[in-house]
Design a binder for this molecule. Sequence first.
Ligand code: ZN
Length: 496
Amino acid sequence: LETLDTYKAILGEIGKLRSAESLLAWDQQTHMPGAGSAARADALGKLSRLGFELATSDELGQCIEELEARDDLSDEEAASVRDVGRQYRRQKAIPPDLFEAFTIAQSKGQAAWAEARAKADFAHFRPNLEKLVDFARQFAEYYGYEDTPYDALLEPFEPGMTSRRLRKIIEPLKAELVPFLERIAAEGTPPDADVLVGSFPVNMQREMSRRTLEIIGYDYGSGALDDAPHPFTTEIAHGDVRITNRYEEDDPVSGLFGALHEGGHALYGQGMGENLYKLSLSDGASFGIHESQSRLIENQIGRSRPFWRFFQPIIGEFLPQLAGVDAEALYRAVNVVSPSLIRVEADEVTYNFHIMLRFELESALINGETAVADLPALWNDAMQRYLGVSPNDDADGVLQDVHWSMGAFGYFPSYMLGNLYAAQVATALRADRPNLDAEIEAGDFEPLVSWLREKVHQFGGVHRAEDLIRRITGEGLNAKHFIDYVVGKFSDIYRL
Ligand code: ZN
């Protein structure tokens, strides 16, 4: 067999195993009865081991080496070899014994974290976190880096991104948005959030989400919407991109924005051709770019005035108590700015501060500048600096996210980058489609989705994040677009 065919055949095998794994994991979160969890964990473990063996096989390594030396590959094939090669070398870099010890520390870490969080007792989690940080630091040495160990951990989420660059990106954000938040609090006229107070049947909220996803162009012929404790999107395979969501009876819009967010991720997955799935390029350009697609739909569109002019009768149809609230009041009510303790509840102005804080802390941990024992105090201090609030206990503070308990360091910045990429892409979108607002107000999402398909979705992981952004907007990542967007939008809402 020709090397390229062998390479594609191996990716095909890995892809089938991953597809089965994703389906079992999706089912675990949606329909699996609780008593099935032990058998499911075994089955998932087996599939994951089989996939790992293939993904680290000498045969695949040989293919990568031969293909890297060739110059007759298509753009897609070359991008595939670049990414698969990068992952292959990372996986091979870690001694198997060390990796196995890490996976044990991960599951112990998650259990200890869940217990510590329930008891709001950081000390209970501390020894586990110390071990996980130690593993991450060892891994960084094996992976290699130019500047700081943390950069080696950032790499799989945001290839090419460095902490030095992140600090540069954060500087103007901090300089502009900290005082802007203070101005909102001191001089702003807050929207009336009470218009959304009430009890809203979950089944009606679910139907509203189902309908909303259809309206924005999510294709149920190659997707499904189910309930799960946490919203997520999973690409089971080409032609099968599923969404999960959750609803709260006392909040009529958290489920709606969950659906719009996941809908943005899912449109990305549904907008990629089969070839990208076959070449292992269906994860997108980076985690941050994936998040930009969800944030664009959720915030740039879903929290915009034209969207609420369109959506007002629809929300009234599903949730009749809201039928009498006008579009402007709804628009204002879904855009309340309020410094909160919890990242996942944060608004557009304050969200990035939650990420800056985590980035500061986790990079200092990995680079050996901070001890795990000091985290709670440093956390609370940073919350004061950025948001002017302090958690009452560690459950609402340093223990709130699951990421560190899984040894996932370097993940958080992608959330912030997603917001910044979304604003920059939206600037280009608005320049290309001056009638966008009128289209959204008329409920016509087709031009929007077509534009995203053409500029972002169809490429999957072919272009690196920075290259993709440059192609779309003519410049590299620039936080100015986000600052302009947020200051403009919320100056209007808060009448500053
Ligand atoms: Zn997301």
